[in-house]
Design a protein around this ligand. Structure first.
Ligand SMILES: [Zn+2]
Length: 137
């Protein structure tokens, strides 16, 4: 396993660890961005003050330190998805980056990147209908 895989969700907006039916493993994540205004904290979705829960559907990202806000669409354009993936042995790892934007891949919504093992485009699908997939809860 690559040694730069995040160990905590705290500083991430997205994390997915999955094994495909053909043996390919994919780990993908998106780091939160540092606030451009105060540079003291990471931008995230606003927190509901009553419940303490993140407002997932909020249309803005906000800095918990200085309350600087950015519209979701503008902020999302700056985000980068980090991907670590293997060939079919599940043992040889490569790295890729892609935009945190869903595209259509094989008829599904996915984050698409170039697979250097196969030379083909590969998708981190939004939802995999697979037993044991960590995204299926
Ligand atoms: Zn700030």
């Amino acid at each position: 396993m690559p040694d730069d895989i995040p160990t905590s969700m705290e500083d991430l907006l997205y994390f997915s660890n999955r094994k495909m039916p053909d043996g390919v493993r994919i780990i993908a994540w998106v780091d939160k961005l540092t606030c451009e205004k105060c540079k003291k904290a990471l931008m995230g979705k606003p927190i509901n003050e009553k419940t303490g829960k993140v407002k997932i559907r909020a249309a803005v990202f906000v800095c918990p330190e200085c309350e600087h806000e950015e519209p979701k669409t503008a902020h999302t354009k700056k985000l980068v998805m980090q991907i670590r993936y293997t060939d079919e042995t599940g043992k040889n790892w490569k790295s890729a980056q892609t935009a945190y934007t869903l595209k259509t891949w094989k008829g599904m919504k996915a984050y698409v990147f170039q697979n250097e093992f196969t030379g083909e485009k590969m998708g981190v699908t939004k939802r995999l209908k697979m037993k044991g997939d960590p995204d299926e809860k």
